[in-house]
Design a protein around this ligand. Sequence first.
Ligand code: NAP
Length: 359
Amino acid sequence: MTSNGKPTVRWGIVATGLISSWFVADLILERKDAAANHIIQVIGSSSLQKGKGFIAQHLPNASPAPTVYGSYEQVYSDPNVDVVYIGTPHAFHKKNCLDAISHGKNILCEKTFTLNATEAKEVLDAAQAKGVFVMEAMWTRFFPLVKSIQKLVHEDKAIGRVHRVICDFAMDQHLESKGPNSRLKNLSLGASSLLDIGIYSLTWGIIGLEPPLGGSIKELTEKPTILAMSTLSDGVDIATSMILRYQDGRQGILSSHSGTGMKTPPSFCRIEGSEGTIVVDGGAASVPNSFVLKNNGQEEKKFEFERPGRGFYWEADAVALEIAAGRKESGTMPWAETLRVMQLLDETRRQGGVIFPQD
Ligand SMILES: NC(=O)c1ccc[n+]([C@@H]2O[C@H](COP(=O)([O-])OP(=O)(O)OC[C@H]3O[C@@H](n4cnc5c(N)ncnc54)[C@H](OP(=O)(O)O)[C@@H]3O)[C@@H](O)[C@H]2O)c1
């Protein structure tokens, strides 16, 4: 469907937790540079009452108001839904995706895509067989700031030959105050600092160290080896550190911590090259704000970016454009990349001794 020359997507939101509230708040923002039109068509929740409460709190002025369902199944079978957004804890992503795919629905699924690579492959195989669009919601990769860094580093060679990326994502998740059924504490829900926030550090390693896919979906060739350690609390990794080493010596030193009061300072990532550095700033590794390019012998240059709301609309716009173009996967976050990230996380967990009951 298109209007004003831009594709329109009618979203079916599955689950009414924190991330779904952030996602819908961004989708309804007025933006002058929007590449697509977004309609929150339906909300699916485990309870009708919760769904209604979600609309009252987060979409009070939506007109017409989204339909509310007291089950996810009704979202998948609604013919007015173009794309299902999945915002449940990681442990349910496989089932939610497979159910949506069986109804022929396109999907944007939160990170981590699944609990492990075996589950991810199952979902992607099903998507391929059914011919639907599926994308992992690794939203940070869609920020204009990230595209700008990738161009500077990998195309313009603004810092020479890249040697190393250091990135940390630490935040206090107040684990002591959470109950045993919190997705951050319960292993069967996928509790893990690595899967929750370490995936962003890994993503920055990939952004800084590897040339981008450039929109062409091809076999990925970069296969770094990993050295990793985790600190566990009741089996949950509250801290994980990993070193990625590529064949030519490039290294990523990447970490996450969710178990103490520590928070990563604003300069959360440094990309080092033979002729300079890029230091990235933001509230967290998931939401970069600006970066400073320092090329040896030249003056520092700061790059700042406008970002109304949080920035989830960039990934949503990309979904709309890919689907309008008839594609089944994203050029920025293709299936092979989702699978490779899951494999890197699996290997990191294996070395750190982080095991989910579903593994
Ligand atoms: N991109 C980002 O920046 C970002 C940030 C935070 C989280 N995330 C991702 O989003 C996903 C959800 O995280 P969240 O922080 O939004 O979680 P949350 O606040 O706990 O919400 C999860 C929702 O999933 C549904 N759900 C279904 N079965 C559940 C169960 N057994 N236990 C708990 N919830 C259940 C519930 O909605 P209903 O009752 O309405 O069905 C619940 O409100 C995770 O995969 C996480 O990694 C991404």
